[in-house]
Each structure stands twice: as C-alpha cells, then as structure tokens.
Design a protein. Structure first.
Ligand SMILES: Cc1cc2nc3c(=O)[nH]c(=O)nc-3n(C[C@H](O)[C@H](O)[C@H](O)COP(=O)(O)OP(=O)(O)OC[C@H]3O[C@@H](n4cnc5c(N)ncnc54)[C@H](O)[C@@H]3O)c2cc1C
Length: 409
C-alpha cells in the first residue's frame, strides 16, 4: 500500500549488514499516555506508526501518576476506542472540596460549570491503550535503547535505535516527540531554536498509594499551616494521598505512620477515617515545576505532552494537556494524509499553546493558593484573602470550576 502524500510505501523493511531499515509514516517516541494515545488514534485512521519506548511495558505500567480526567479527555478516549472500561469503572465527581482553617468548602463543579470530572488512574488508561494496540497489531518497540533523531529538519527524517545489540533505522514522514520531560526529542533541538519558560517551586509532593476505601467522596485539597495536603483516590478501594514536603526529604524518612500523622493534621480528623492503619503500596516524592517550550514544532518533529510542558499537579492538568496536544496532532496528521491539507500542521503549535498557557495559569494559581511558601507576610495575606474571596463569591467559584473541569478542546 502506498501513501498518497509521499508516494512511498507506507511501511517496508530491508536488512543490511548489522542494520535493519524500516519505513513508516510516523515514528512516535515514548509509550506514555501521549504516545500510546496518538498511536491508537492514528491506527484507527489507517496511518502507519511505530512507537519506540526505552523502558519495558511493565515499568511503564508501574508508574503511579495522574488520576483526574476532564470530560474532554474522556471524550477523546472514547473516540480512540478505549472508553468501555473507563465508563464501567471510572468514578464521576461533581465537586471538589477546599480545606482551609479547619473548615471545608465545596466547589460544585457540575452545578457551576455544567461538567464533571472522572477519576480513573493513568495506569489504567495506559493499560487500556497497550491492550488495544496489541489487539490491533500496532507496533511498539519496548526497551529501545539509544533512540536518536536524524534529519528531522528536512522532508525525510529518520529515527535510529538499538535493540538486542542490533541498530535499527526507521525512515518516516514525521516524528512525534511524546517522550516526556527528560526525553531525547526536545533535547535534540538546538536550544536557540526555542524559548523555554520555567518556574521551579521550593517544595515537592510526597505521594502515598494504599489499598483502602477512601473515607471521602470527593477530592479534598487542604491548605494548612503545616503545608498542603490532598486526599485523592484511584478507585473505590484505593487511595492516593499527598503532603507538601521539603525538596531535601527522602522517601525512606517517611514511614507510613509519619505520613498518616502529618496527613491527619493537615486534612483534619474527620477526613482520615481508618487510613492510619493502611499500609502503603507505593510512596514517591515529586518536585513541582511549571515549564513550557515554544514552539512545539521543529521541521518534521512535533512535541506533545510532558516533552513540551510541565504543570505542577495541583490543578490535575498534566495528563489532560497531553491528551489535548495529541488530539490536535492526530487531527493535523489526519488532514495531511487524507486531504493534503498542511494548515493544521502549521497551526499545531499555536493551537496547543493557547490551551497550554491557560492550564499553566490555572495550575500555578491552584499551587499558589494552597501551599505554604517561604516569603513575606504580604504574600501570605494575599493568599488568605484570595481563598476567602473564593469561598464567598459564586463568580470566583465558577471560574475555578470552569478551569478544573477543563476548558474546551
Ligand atoms: C511523579 C509524577 C506524578 C504525577 N501526578 C500527576 C497527577 O496527580 N495529576 C496529573 O494530572 N498529572 C500528574 N503527573 C503528570 C502526568 O503524569 C503527565 O503529564 C503525563 O504522564 C504525561 O504523559 P506523556 O506521555 O506526555 O509523558 P510520560 O508519561 O512521561 O511518558 C513519556 C514516555 O517516554 C519514554 N521515554 C523517555 N525518554 C525516551 C527515550 N529517549 N526513548 C524512548 N522513550 C523515551 C518514557 O519512558 C515514558 O514512557 C505526574 C507526573 C509525575 C512524574
């Protein structure tokens, strides 16, 4: 079968001494949610793609990360054909709570913004996407070492990698850099070709995962004098809880007992239930960062997801932004192959960045209002006043709700 746009075979393989050469339409670097979702959307559109992932599938599935999905994300997952288990097992949340000075204030998301969010773990989305890719015979190379981007600035890019001691080279039309913040794609672009915007926060989040029924019905974000805490969940039998911690802290300094005692003091006695007895199945510390790179397109290379931007997790936007980037990239590639229309590819960066910056603003705002920052008394008063205004003003709550459930795609 030939590709209408390039006139070349969609996929082919040749073998030379010590090197295999393959051709595909799109090489996707990274099998996180961004790469797997793009692969699935392209597969359904009949566009050939190969995913290269440096880790094993088990390792990727073992990473505990996001859990709150916007309605737009849920819609894209349905469009990709991976909505069935999500519909059965995902938990619809129509509100969130903010704890402050010993009181909890509910933000009625559905009532104020007309939409809800869905709680469904990133690990489950990844598993669903891996399963459907395997069923559709989509090619994913796990444990692909030394992935390198070649000639991405001209019309015939290539990507090479090593696997089991053999070097492989893939000729392609486009490269999708879905390889996260520490990946090779953005790092391959000379730094004078883009502008990076960054803010690093002076604290981290210590997260604990435990198999225990959550004693809360909706997420609780708490601003306490001892620091931020978040009561979250992944399913009706699994909690995910966080406390703001020092960047110098190590996980081994935090026994389960210490974590739960700190969590209790920050979130309030009424919210902790029997959790103090729940044993952790995972604990990790994540630094908090805001980061955006502009533009997202470099010749034939397109960045998507954490490769292009990072948000602090307070607004639950990281995964949702990865999904919107991927959706825009999928639409642009589809129009290129089906209609020979280059405009959506040309506008990809601008289209993504409009949404990215709004999510960055909201994540920064949530982080600013809910954590204890080192700093002056004026900033602290501003934070307190901002929260009081939020609790008193329906307009302020509507603004928060509109952003939390996700701006339109
Ligand atoms: C510890 C942690 C906790 C988080 N918690 C939340 C949360 O609670 N809520 C929220 O909304 N978001 C959260 N996030 C953010 C969210 O998980 C990310 O936004 C999301 O994973 C982005 O998906 P992605 O596919 O773009 O990147 P990733 O998930 O990072 O996937 C990138 C993939 O590329 C692979 N890769 C990297 N380099 C190479 C290479 N050279 N060659 C081949 N493959 C490569 C990686 O192994 C990885 O599998 C969290 C992130 C972290 C790190």
């Amino acid at each position: 079968m030939h590709d209408r746009a390039s006139g070349l075979p969609r996929s082919s393989t040749t073998s030379e001494r010590g090197l295999t050469r393959t051709r595909t339409q799109v090489v996707i670097v990274g099998a996180g949610p961004a790469g797997l979702l793009l692969g699935q959307l392209l597969l359904r559109a009949g566009i050939d793609a190969v995913i290269l992932e440096r880790r094993s599938a088990e390792y990727v599935l073992g990473r505990i990360r996001a859990g709150v999905l916007e309605q737009g994300t849920v819609d894209v997952l349905h469009q990709a054909g991976v909505g069935a288990r999500l519909s059965r097992e995902g938990l619809v949340h129509e509100g969130v709570e903010i704890g402050f000075r010993g009181r909890r204030h509910r933000i009625a998301l559905k009532e104020l913004a007309g939409k809800s969010v869905m709680v469904y773990g990133q690990t489950e989305i990844t598993r669903d996407l891996m399963d459907i890719r395997a069923a559709g015979n989509g090619k994913t190379v796990y444990q692909a070492d030394e992935v390198a981007l070649l000639d991405w600035q001209n019309a015939s890019p290539r990507v090479s990698y090593r696997k089991d001691g053999v070097t492989h080279e893939i000729d392609c039309d486009f490269i999708a850099g879905c390889d996260g913040f520490h990946g090779v794609c953005r790092a391959s672009v000379p730094s004078d070709r883009y502008q990076a915007f960054e803010r690093i926060y002076p604290f981290g989040w210590l997260g604990l995962l435990a198999d225990a029924p959550p004693p809360w019905n909706e997420l609780i974000y708490a601003n306490s004098e001892r620091g931020f805490a978040l009561a979250s969940l992944r399913s009706p039998t699994r909690v995910r809880c966080y406390v703001q911690c020092s960047l110098e802290d190590r996980v081994d300094q935090w026994s389960d007992a210490r974590f739960w005692e700190e969590f209790r003091q920050r979130i309030g006695e009424g919210a902790i239930g029997d959790l103090a007895r729940a044993a952790s199945i995972e604990k990790s510390i994540a630094p908090l960062r805001s980061f955006v790179v502009e533009p997202l397109r470099f010749g034939r290379l397109f960045l998507a997801g954490d490769a292009a931007h990072i948000v602090p997790p307070t607004g639950a936007k990281g995964l949702n932004l990865a999904v919107s980037d991927v959706f825009y990239l999928y639409e642009a590639l589809r129009d290129h192959y089906r209609e020979r229309d280059e405009r959506p590819l040309d506008h990809y960066s601008t289209r993504c960045l409009r949404r990215i910056w709004k999510a960055e603003r909201f994540s920064w705002w949530m982080t600013r209002q809910l954590h204890q920052f080192p700093g002056d008394a004026f900033s602290k008063r501003m934070q307190e006043t901002e929260l009081e205004y939020l609790f008193e003003s329906r307009a302020a709550q509507t603004s928060m709700a509109e952003n939390y459930v996700g701006l339109p795609l």
